[in-house]
Design a protein around this ligand. Structure first.
Ligand code: ADP
Ligand code: MG
Length: 233
């Protein structure tokens, strides 16, 4: 699947001020690769992946998955598409309180009407949560919650994965475990996009970009004021 964001601009109005969180960003992450976007807090990383994942409509620009223009699709069509094709590891806690670890991980597959219990068992052991399989989210630490979110993002074997600071709250060993798991998805053909300030992710990256003030730069060109346009035709 070809993914591209074209000329994305988003402005937030804060009282009298208008903040341009993203300024004409074009971005085309490749299938089979891990793309890492790094940059200071507040530079626009989360905003960009939310827009790319179909969760936040930009002020200008469009996101395409093959020929589908995400912000022209109707809500129902977009939700079904997202659930089947996009894995999203959000920043912070995101597990549903009324469900245990296993049920949370299975949720995207249940919404898709499939039985992925065997896959969920494998993912649970891949992220080291066997012992907490039937625990409720309020029994999980921040790091365990991140690992649950990673397993849940992968349950439908999505072809695109967005991970927002996936190694936050994790010790080095678990951070490496999550990064390896994401790398393996790319090796199986997924487009994996990681936004992070954790330089440990660079070792797993096929490509690294820097976000600065709502603009995206190639890492090699971080001191040049060239807008990054890695669009493939
Ligand atoms: P990062 O993930 O790189 O830390 P964000 O994408 O979260 O950055 O934020 C980029 C900028 O947009 C920041 O200046 C932030 O304050 C602003 N911003 C993000 N979301 C909102 C919002 N819902 N309303 C107003 N401003 C926002
Ligand atoms: Mg962020």
């Amino acid at each position: 699947m070809k993914i591209r964001a074209e000329n994305i601009t988003i402005s937030y109005k804060k009282k009298a001020r208008c903040i341009k969180a993203l300024d004409a960003v074009s971005f085309a992450p490749a299938a089979g690769e891990v793309t890492v976007i790094t940059g200071r807090s507040g530079s626009g990383k989360t905003t960009l992946i939310n827009i790319m994942a179909g969760l936040l409509k930009p002020t200008e620009g469009q996101v395409y998955y093959d020929d589908m223009a995400v912000y022209q699709a109707d809500d129902e069509q977009l939700s079904a598409f997202r659930n089947m094709n996009i894995g999203y590891i959000p920043q912070g806690a995101s597990a549903l309180a009324g469900l245990d670890t296993m049920q949370n991980i299975l949720l995207p597959s249940v919404l898709a009407g499939t039985d992925k219990t065997a896959d969920a068992e494998k993912l649970i052991s891949a992220v080291g949560l066997e012992r907490l399989k039937n625990a409720c989210p309020d029994e999980l630490s921040g790091g365990e919650m991140r690992r649950l979110a990673a397993a849940r993002a992968l349950i439908n074997s999505p072809s695109v994965i967005f991970a927002d600071e996936p190694t936050n709250d994790l010790d080095d060993e678990n951070a490496a475990l999550i990064l390896k798991l994401l790398k393996a998805q790319a090796e199986n053909g997924a487009a994996v996009i990681i936004v992070t300030h954790d330089s440990a992710a660079f070792a797993y990256a096929d490509r690294v970009y820097i976000m600065d003030g709502g603009r995206l730069f190639n890492k090699e060109n971080e001191h040049e004021d060239t807008l990054c346009r890695p669009l493939v035709s």
